[in-house]
Design a protein around this ligand. Structure first.
Ligand SMILES: [Zn+2]
Length: 295
């Protein structure tokens, strides 16, 4: 998903939800009526060609910026229908809406067949600042305990915002690991996220296609297992883990936890045996260069 544009930060107007959920209208003159903006709210079927951004600056609501034609469109989150929602056109034709989500936490939010990930916060949850502090503490702890920042000097490890809808991201091109500060997550959850993302860093720095093929063989996965998710794919639920690179990142997290972390993709590949773990550590780090990571 692209970074939220300038529109994403704006409070957007209300929309009617066929499901009867309350609509949020922080700046609308009258939240109980349809917007009276000249851009109008056509009854027509909306056409969503692309979701530009999903964000959740207001607890309980998803702010959408999309491209296409304004009107009504079916929305859902984690497969749960939200009924028809209205997308209105901004001055420049961009479609916007603020949609109440009944789900708190990470979710796959869809308008028709266009989907993206977003994290919706609970109004009762901790503040973003408090979450950032917990995330930073966990990140510092893992980096200090493993020497990862020294082992990977080209990489930058930062705490990001709660907006992206995932625990963390590893940008291989810019060599930046971002740990997303999301209210409600625990210290232990952040530690796991940091270890998982370090797995992606190792994938970039230490693995090649031959080693990846060996890895799949050790894990008992078919040789044609897809290593990475393709652009524009938005797998939901457990399917998000069903790629070689995600299994690999989970196994690195397991190695970094001294074997205590059970990979979260258990219906993709069985939890590793102690022998498999040892083989994988040997594959990743044959000369012990990364020894400080393994605790
Ligand atoms: Zn991952």
């Amino acid at each position: 998903m692209r970074k939220p544009g300038p529109h994403a930060a704006r409070a957007v107007v209300a929309l009617a939800l066929a499901s009867g959920l309350a609509a949020c209208a922080p700046t609308a003159p009258d939240a109980t009526t349809e917007p009276t903006d000249a851009s109008g709210v056509p009854d027509a079927q909306a056409e969503v060609t692309e979701i530009v951004s999903l964000s959740a600056p207001i607890p309980g609501y998803v702010d959408v910026v999309a491209l296409g034609a304004a009107g009504q469109v079916d929305a859902s989150t984690n497969g749960q229908s939200l009924g028809a929602v209205t997308l209105i056109a901004d001055e420049d034709g961009t479609l916007i809406a603020s949609i109440s989500s009944p789900i708190v936490g990470a979710q796959t939010f869809c308008l028709a067949d266009q989907c993206g990930r977003v994290y919706v916060t609970d109004p009762e949850a901790q503040t973003p600042e408090a979450a950032a502090e917990v995330a930073q503490t966990a990140l510092d702890e893992v980096l200090a305990g493993t020497g990862a920042a020294t082992t990977f000097p080209d990489w930058t490890f930062v705490v990001g915002s709660q907006m992206s809808g995932v625990g963390g991201t590893t940008d291989a091109e810019r060599r930046i690991v971002t740990i997303n500060a999301t209210p409600g997550r625990t210290h232990e959850e952040y530690v796991l996220t940091v270890r998982h993302e370090i797995g992606h860093v190792i994938d970039v720095e230490a693995m090649d296609d031959a080693l990846r093929a060996e890895y799949l063989a050790i894990r008992g996965l078919p040789p044609d297992t897809r290593w990475s998710r393709g652009a524009g794919e938005h797998p939901t639920g457990d399917a998000r883990w069903h790629y070689g690179e995600e299994d690999f990142a989970e196994l690195v997290a397991t190695l970094m936890s001294g074997g205590s972390h059970v990979p979260r993709d258990s219906d993709f590949a069985a939890a590793p045996t102690r022998g498999e773990l040892e083989q994988i550590r040997e594959l990743i780090d044959p000369d012990g260069t990364l020894a400080s990571l393994w605790g």
